[in-house]
Design a protein around this ligand. Sequence first.
Ligand code: IPD
Length: 261
Amino acid sequence: MSELLDLALRVAARSARFLEDGWARREVVATKSSSTDIVTQMDQGSERLLVDHILAARPDDGIIGEEGSDRAGTTGVRWVIDPLDGTVNYLYGFPSWAVSVGVLVDGKPTYGVVHAPALRTVWHGTAGESAFANERPIRTGHVSELSSALLATGFGYEAGVRAIQGGIVAELLPRVRDIRRAGAAAVDMCWVAQGVLDGYFERGTHLWDRAAAMAICDGAGVRVGGFDGPAADRMTIATNPALFDELHDTLRALGADREYD
Ligand code: IPD
C-alpha cells in the first residue's frame, strides 16, 4: 500500500478515536456561515491531531483543513482534511459523521480515507485503481435511469439558499425512486461508491467535504463532476457513469445551476 494511503488511514483512525472517546464532552464553540453552521471543540481538536501527525511524518507537504489549516508545502502533495464531516449529526448522536482525509498529488485527489466510527465503516481508495469498505472491495451500482435511482443530497446552512434547494428537491422527487439527506457529504459519496446509493448531488460543498471521497469514488468506478466540468463548490454530482448525464441535465433543467448564493 502507498505510504501516503497508509498514513491517511492511521491519522484518520486516531482522530476518529478521539471523536468517539470525547463525544460526551462535545460542545458548540462557534458558528460560521449561519447560526446552524456550528463548530465544536471536537472539530478543532480533531484537526489539530490530524495536522500534527501528518506534519510529523511529512513536514514539507501542504495541508488545507475545514477549521482553518492552510499550508502551501513544497512536495506536490497536499492533504485535504475535514476533521469532522457531519458536525450537526455528531452533536445529536445521529450516526452519519466521519473524519475525511484526502491526499491530492499534483492537484488531483489520489488517495482518500473516510472513517465513520458510528457507522462502523472505514472507506479507503486510490483513484483509478480500487476502493474498499472495511477492507472489502467496493464497486458502484448499475442503475441507469433516474426514475429508478435512490439519491442523496445536502443543503447549505443559509435559510435563503435552503429555500431554493428545497424547491429543486421538490421538483426532482417525483422523478426519482427517493431522496435521502443523511448529513455528511463524504459519507454520502462513499455510499455511492459502495452502491448503497445510486447518486449524490449537492451545491455548496467545499474541497474538504469531497476530496477524500472523490478518490474513493474514482477507485470504485463512480463518475464525479460538476456542471459541464469537474466537481466544484457550485455543484458536485457523483453517480455511476450510466446515470450521470441524466441527473446532470435534469438538475440543470430545474435551474440548479442558476446564481442564488
Ligand atoms: C457538511 C456536511 C453536510 C453537507 C454540508 C457540509 P460539515 O459538512 O457534509 O452533509 O450538506 O454541505 O458542509 O459542516 O458537517 O463538516
